[in-house]
Design a protein around this ligand. Structure first.
Ligand code: TYD
Length: 140
């Protein structure tokens, strides 16, 4: 997995009557959850994301269907298909993300470490490269 990202596995209890997936604060999540939001009704040809966050950490979970997530740093890129299978994607700060290929009825839920703050976003890709190159150089 690329730097500042990792897959996380949630506890899932599945049987004939359906599946229950549990995520416990302080145990499964490496940050305190300050915000939860979800995305649905996304047309199959729509693309979302195209930004990074200076500080925010998130966990992306696909509750129904599947979604293709591209995560990128100035040095690495990975494409992950999130499915309704209890695998979540942790995205740390300074990672560029793009979301596409939402299947009909796909639902993505996001657990976030901070309240919504537009000043934490980097939406311009050249600005992202400028800040992220400095950030990841210091990490090495
Ligand atoms: P954005 O994060 O750009 O969504 P995506 O990456 O899925 O395309 O947010 C879309 C819009 O929603 C933008 O105007 C900001 C607003 N928004 C909130 O008001 N609160 C939130 O918690 C989030 C995530 C977005």
């Amino acid at each position: 997995m690329i730097q500042n990202c990792k897959m996380m596995h949630c506890k899932r209890i599945a049987g004939k009557e359906g599946a229950l997936t549990a995520i416990e604060g302080g145990i499964d999540i490496p940050f305190e959850i300050q915000r939860v939001y979800y995305i649905n009704n996304v047309p199959g040809d729509a693309e979302r994301g195209f930004h990074s966050h200076r500080k925010l950490e998130q966990i992306l979970l696909c509750l129904n269907g599947s979604i293709s997530i591209t995560v990128r740093t100035p040095y690495e890129e990975q494409v992950i298909t999130l499915r309704e299978n209890s695998e979540g994607l942790y995205i740390g700060n300074m990672v560029w993300r793009e979301m596409r290929s939402f299947t009909p009825g796909a639902v993505m839920m996001v657990l976030a470490s901070m309240h919504y703050d537009e000043s934490d976003y980097i939406r311009d890709y050249s600005e992202y490269l400028r800040e992220a190159e400095l950030y990841f150089r210091e990490q090495r």
